[in-house]
Design a protein around this ligand. Sequence first.
Ligand SMILES: Nc1ncnc2c1ncn2[C@@H]1O[C@H](COP(=O)(O)OP(=O)(O)OP(=O)(O)O)[C@@H](O)[C@H]1O
Length: 210
Amino acid sequence: MQIEAHGLGKRFVREWIFRGLTHTFRPGTATAILGPNGAGKSTLLNTLSGQLLASEGTLAYSRDGQKVAVENVPPLLAYAAPYLELIEELTLTELLQFHIRFKPLRPGFSPARLIELMYLDKSRHKLVRDFSSGMKQRLKLALALYSHAPLLLLDEPTTNLDRAGVAWYQEHVRATLAGRLVLVSSNVPEEYDFCQEQLNITDFGAQAAR
Ligand SMILES: Nc1ncnc2c1ncn2[C@@H]1O[C@H](COP(=O)(O)OP(=O)(O)OP(=O)(O)O)[C@@H](O)[C@H]1O
């Protein structure tokens, strides 16, 4: 998956969040989107993935040299972020079975395998509502990392994770990078130290929370 942004800008009402962003995000690369709180990292991720409409500029998506229309991006996208909700009324097993009907897992992976990888065997029949915040984050990450999707967006991926959880993230993000376009929004080096590229959103007019 490749994303070409040209002169990209996003404004909420009269406030420009970023402007003039021209960059090609190439397949098989991982880019860290850096910047202070409130600068617009999440807004940029959502704009790049077509979930928010850009206020100016253009975005072009392609996969294996073929153009991809913006409305066809969602099935190609796996996304983990603090503001994306899990279905709390389901048990872990029910949630995985429901989720994979819309977002299949990578070939060779099953819900049972994912539960093992997350070390959540004892919680397979527990309601997601009753998970700790760290367990929920590990679940969100596993669903994104192990989805069969060529575009992976990770927004503040170690939110709520303890040391063991951070080590788990680092192991599994590296295990699932190959061939994907990965964008990580972060302020924490341990979340993005595998990224070959860095893009600082303040270079495009963004400012800290105001
Ligand atoms: N839907 C919206 N309407 C109006 N303003 C918005 C909207 N979404 C975000 N903003 C504003 O855009 C700016 C950037 O927010 P964003 O969440 O993208 O920053 P961030 O860099 O991801 O922050 P953090 O590091 O704190 O998560 C903030 O000033 C925020 O209030």
